[in-house]
Write a protein that binds this ligand. Structure first.
Ligand SMILES: [Zn+2]
Length: 235
């Protein structure tokens, strides 16, 4: 994990390339406690980092992108595009600033049977093309000592989808975060998604890609089957 020192150096490096008055740090998160907690999640792929996205630099890159495409970044319709793109990327990647342990921290100590949350919508960006992939996440878990509210599961999905992602990795990260934070008897996560990089280009396939991860008791056929039965029901 990056230390505070490294982060400061990183900031200084990006700062030195610009006039000081043009630097806008949009994300400054100084919660070192959160940063320490995240290291506990062993299979958490992307290391938690304090990120300062420099929007002025993002605007400049977007202006250059427009030029390389063969456009005139100064024409009326494109005048505000660099600013919009910078704001958009900040929003679409804000998952890097969320901490799954914090999201799942406020739990209720209530033991019930299987908990199923289906059709949690998400939008993410594929890391190979920076194009969206989007769809639904279905989560099931069997609490051993605690349950969390639906809004926490929605935020957990946000945390891992608002990044540059691969569908398989996102599925695994959601399952691992639930498994390692709530310590349930079992977890299942199913993600169905359509990838614009496949639909707009290349094979032009509109197929739904389905990925799943199972932990604990969901490895048993009957338990898994009960989950899929609940997904099929219109409740
Ligand atoms: Zn892609």
């Amino acid at each position: 994990m990056q230390s505070l020192q490294d982060d400061v150096r990183l900031d200084d490096k990006s700062r030195s390339g610009l006039e000081s008055n043009s630097l806008i740090i949009d994300f400054v998160v100084a919660d070192r406690v959160s940063a320490a907690l995240i290291s506990d999640i062993t299979q958490f792929n992307a290391s938690w980092r304090v990120r300062a996205m420099n929007k002025e630099r993002m605007r400049q890159i977007t202006r250059e992108l427009l030029e390389v495409i063969g456009e005139n970044p100064k024409r009326e319709g494109l005048k505000d595009t660099p600013r919009r793109v910078a704001d958009m990327y900040a929003e679409l990647t804000e998952g890097y600033l969320m901490n799954p342990k914090e999201i799942l921290a406020r739990e209720w100590s209530e033991v019930t049977g299987m908990v199923v949350a289906k059709d949690i919508g998400f939008f993410s960006l594929c890391e190979h093309h920076l194009l969206p992939f989007h769809g639904k996440v279905h989560i099931g878990y069997i609490p051993s000592r605690a349950v969390v509210g639906l809004s926490k599961l929605v935020r957990l999905v946000d945390c891992f989808s608002k990044r540059l992602q691969l569908q398989e990795r996102m599925t695994k990260q959601i399952a691992d975060a639930l498994n390692e934070t709530l310590h349930p008897y079992g977890v299942v996560v199913v993600v169905q998604a359509r990838h614009l990089c496949m639909e707009m280009r290349g094979v032009k396939s509109g197929a739904n890609i389905v990925t799943s991860e199972i932990r604990g008791q969901f490895k048993k056929f009957e338990t898994r089957n009960e989950f899929f039965e609940m997904l099929r029901k219109d409740v």
